[in-house]
Design a protein. Structure first.
Length: 641
């Protein structure tokens, strides 16, 4: 239903009231609906069989189940209608002309099998690992420097690094890998991992860049080896064998044994485990809920949903609010004096079943208690706190786009907080240029939803001032997150916007008016931006910024191949390659004239599929550390697309 903005407050107030009051009842209705649907399907099937003794088009047999995941029927089909024939051929990289990807898949399989063998160093033998190496020529394996130099040491950590210049070569793989893992061989089982991210098939040998990690216990403490290799392979796409490994970089990071307790401990169950909502809702996976809740309620495979910490009941303890997918109620947990959290959702009046992605706990009316701002799909809800942790809707508005994150700052320095909402998918009334509404062009998309700045006028009145303050410029991208900071030291907060599929924005604030200076200052960071965090990592008095993107192994392989976009300008190819590089760290110049990209030299690009990042001093040594949250679907590939 379309809602007129002027009537939104009254209309949505009634919807929210009903949603809050009846959330548990609606869950029961959903259960009943499922039961009735199953019964209806069964009765229909029975009638069908009675009326048609011989079915001309029988249903396919029940799909196989692989490790609890249901596999779609029809995977064994070999003939297709004409429009699909070419598409299915392209699934095979050889048929599609991408021999480099076929090699990559085969080499990755070999490396993963080798890494599994290396996880038990005491069992290494020629019989166990010789099959991964060529038998035709002498091996040349360079895995560990003979000399390591101390990079960092404090009471908690000891970090050493070394380069290839002092690394010996071995022709025996057992000796080579025993030498590599000698520091941590005191443990029975290691955690090992490999990632192949660059391929070259143009030379005599196939080559690949490989990241290898091993973690275990040493005499000195818990140790992690991080190293990068250049592997040379036989020219065999089906089962390549390693001929040579050249060391590119090496690092050992040790948490000293005298620190008995873990640096970080998962205390989720200890703090939340006594709540029914934790056991019956939060512990359930997306796969669990998507087999029980209709997708049109807003259930999303990409569970991009936020949380906020803040004291909502005035007891001096931070409480926790969690946004949830459509069909599941949001949750508010109050902190107890012993640190445990108790479900306060029903009393708070905030248990919507609508799709919610982001939340803020901030004082919007300057009355001393924390209010609530929730992004609810294409709406923003601003909830007033009565001081006890119960909220009532005081302002609501539709947005120009599906809002994935919100942030607050006093941009005009009038003494109250204003709200900035990041738009991702545009609303239905906007025309998308892609066939399926996809970002176009992929590496520099400009068909995303509009972001919105709401100025706080006081008395729970907020006005959309996006255009009047200059934030409509370059406001057409897929924005995931934003971060406020006075980077130019002029007394007012500036705004960095992290965009998916292309360039970011840095809006310089001058007396409440904004100008996008990202290109001018060299900080557009053309990639898949998903978060941004300001911090002074080198303690020079200037704010630097870290942006989380995607480190794409496939992108790093494909975009450097000759057949990738043949004839495209070199600048465009560089943009695609940059898109796959990973996270970025921009160091502010001391003269305030711009920023320098120091990502590679600081070693912070590899953050995998990085959704969020934050500067934080984890060990209280006065230096800003980085925490990166990453991941995506991590189950084994069943072949079911």
């Amino acid at each position: 239903m379309l809602v007129d903005n002027q009537n939104f407050d009254i209309y949505y107030f009634h919807c929210v009231k009903a949603s809050r009051k009846n959330s548990d009842h609606r869950l029961e209705l959903l259960k009943l609906f499922r039961i009735l649907t199953i019964a209806l399907c069964l009765s229909w099937t029975g009638c069908s069989r009675t009326s048609t003794p011989e079915e001309p088009n029988p249903l396919p047999p029940s799909p196989d189940v692989v490790e609890g995941i249901q596999t779609a029927p029809g995977l064994e089909q070999t003939t297709f209608i004409a429009p699909l024939t070419d598409a299915y051929k392209r699934i095979d990289p050889i048929e599609d002309g991408w021999g480099s990807e076929a090699f990559s898949a085969a080499a990755t399989k070999q490396l993963k099998l080798l890494a599994k063998k290396l996880s038990v160093p005491s069992r290494l033998s020629n019989d166990s690992i010789a099959k991964f190496f060529t038998q035709d020529t002498a091996l040349n394996l360079q895995l560990k420097p003979a000399r390591l130099s101390e990079f960092y040491r404090d009471a908690e950590f000891h970090i050493q690094r070394g380069g290839p210049e002092s690394a010996p070569f071995h022709d025996d793989p057992v000796i080579a890998f025993q030498s590599l893992l000698s520091t941590i061989q005191s443990t029975n089982i290691l955690q090992t991992e490999v990632k192949l991210y660059r391929v070259d098939t143009a030379e005599n040998d196939f080559t690949s860049h490989v990241l290898f990690n091993a973690t275990g216990q040493s005499a000195e403490g818990r140790i992690q080896i991080n190293t990068e290799w250049l592997c040379h392979w036989t020219r065999d796409i089906e089962t390549p064998h390693i001929k040579r490994i050249a060391l590119l970089s090496y690092e050992e990071s040790t948490r000293l044994a005298k620190n008995k307790s873990p640096l970080l401990k998962d205390c989720t169950a200890d703090l939340l485990g006594h709540n029914q909502a934790y056991r019956e809702q939060l512990l359930r996976s997306t796969d669990h809920w998507r087999s029980r809740i209709p997708v049109n309620l807003g259930l999303d495979v990409v569970a991009n949903h936020g949380l906020a910490l803040g004291d909502v009941n005035g007891d001096g303890l931070d409480d926790l609010y969690l946004c949830q997918q459509g069909g599941l109620p949001n949750r508010l947990f109050l902190q107890n004096p012993d640190g445990t959290l108790t479900d306060h959702t029903a009393q708070s009046g905030t248990d919507w079943l609508d799709y919610c992605a982001s939340v803020l706990i901030v004082d919007l009316d300057n009355d001393g208690d924390r209010d609530l701002v929730v992004s609810q799909d294409f709406k923003l809800l601003l909830m007033e706190n009565d001081g006890s942790g119960r909220f009532e809707l005081s302002f609501g508005t539709s947005t120009h786009a599906q809002t994935f994150s919100i942030t607050a700052a006093d941009f005009d320095l009038d003494g109250d907080l204003d709200i900035y909402a990041c738009g991702y998918n545009p609303s239905a009334d906007r025309v998308r240029s892609g066939t399926l509404g996809e970002p176009l062009p992929y590496h520099d998309a400009q068909n995303g939803g509009r972001n919105m700045l709401l100025r706080n006028e006081g008395e729970w009145q907020f006005n959309d001032v996006t255009e009047t303050v200059g934030l409509s410029h370059n406001n057409n991208r897929f924005s995931f997150a934003a971060a406020w900071e006075d980077y130019d030291d002029d007394g007012d907060p500036d705004l960095y916007v992290s965009n998916d599929y292309g360039r970011n924005n840095l809006y310089q604030n001058t007396n409440g008016r904004f100008v996008d200076v990202a290109a001018e200052l060299g900080i557009e960071d053309m990639s898949a931006g998903m978060s941004a965090s300001w911090g002074d990592f080198n303690r020079d008095g200037r704010f630097d910024i870290y942006i989380s993107n995607m480190f794409s192994a496939a992108g790093n392989r494909i975009t450097f191949q000759r057949q990738f976009k043949p004839g495209a300008p070199k600048t465009m190819l560089a943009q695609y390659q940059r898109h796959a590089r990973g996270n970025s760290l921009f160091q502010a110049d001391l003269d305030g004239g711009g920023f320098s990209d120091v990502s590679v030299e600081q070693g912070v690009t590899m953050g995998r599929w990085a959704w969020g990042s934050r500067f934080v001093d984890l060990n209280n040594d006065g230096w800003e550390d980085l925490v990166v949250a990453n991941g995506f679907i991590s189950t084994e590939d069943t072949g079911d697309l």
